[in-house]
Design a protein around this ligand. Sequence first.
Ligand code: KE4
Length: 432
Amino acid sequence: MKDLNTGRSSKLFLEAKKYLPGGVNSPVRAFRSVNRDPLFISKAKGSYIYDVDGNRFIDYVGSWGPMILGHAHPAVVSAVKKSASSGTSFGAPTASEVEMAKLVRKMMPSVEVVRMVNSGTEATMSAVRVARAFTNREKIVKFAGCYHGHFDSFLIKAGSGATTFGTPDSPGVPKELAAKTLVAEFNSLESVKRLFEDNPGEIAAIIVEPVVGNMGVVNPVGGFLLGLLDIAHSNDALLILDEVMTGFRLARGGAQEIFGIRPDLTTFGKIIGGGLPVGAYGGRSEIMRSVSPDGPVYQAGTLSGNPLAMAAGLTQLKILDRQKGIYKRLEKLGKLLEKGINENLLKLGMAYRLNRAGSMFTLFFTENEVRDFQSALGCDTARFAAYYGEMLKRGIYLPPSQFEAAFISAAHTERDIEKTVAANYDSLLAVR
Ligand code: KE4
């Protein structure tokens, strides 16, 4: 299979590296773990993305999750255009922020009070600050391989790009702060109980990706999430569900709807912004009323609740709220893809593991079940990198790392899935 013509991307990348760390504005975009230069994107529409050399791909990155309706959705684009014509930012309250807060609460009833911010990291960082203040405790529990953004307290055994680049514990994080982050094993309630026994009265909150996307997709075993809620509450600590990736993706009401769990706080990002920079955190009113200016916990942001971002996010959320058939469609497409890839693996005698949660999936290059960080780390990342290049040649744009989730959008078609399954077969054969 001939390689792609990526001359213009490579030229741009050379230029970019002069001015940007690694030539990118977020590390995982650099394609380092798949041993090739990144593609520079010129446009995207529906399920397709186009690079500057004119190559077209079926897109399974979806901007790392936000593009659940597909790229350049007409309603989202016109809402942003309309909003921009009235001004791009005021730094003052707007009706759209009230509408957004009400819609989030309607779709996720555990979120009684919510604050808009500008990224998932801001959301999780702020939620932890609120939890620490509300409980008057300083330690938090996170899980190895989970990623909650680049806030200092989270860059301890962090997943996503931190694992991809071998810096799960980033330099620059004060060791006194790092010591306040306790690390448990995902799917092991025992490991969480032990931390609470060893740190009685000191843990403010557990923060968890209810379905992990950032070590690749890893589902919670039965009872794990409710077990976390029980451990947190029996130790007077809070449970923070980081739904930056799963929120409004796995269901209209996110993972908490699927697993029937009511967390104390929830964090959002990605889909809530419709492709523009939006994060949010919220939850129980008594907790959120501690946030300034109602309470003493300070958190602020020049562009928080920005009108354009609200226009994009509101438009996307309203479609998800009203067209419930979208989640059935995403599940149907996810099932079709899973079936096709598993049939390919069987035909080729390759026992790799495909983990899926609705429209999120990861093909792990390991023959062992992947249920936590250790098992994810056992993957053959070199072979994954070779596979990645083969899929790219065949017009399939996957997340450029073994430790990421891929995303199907409502704009994907059965034909897209068929093409992807066929490319998967040829690519696996090429690297077998
Ligand atoms: P942002 O600050 O990147 O908007 O959100 C941080 C974050 C928080 N929580 C979860 C569960 C997340 O998945 C993320 C960000 N996800 C990564 C992809 N795995 C963003 C892509 C990137 O870092 O470029």
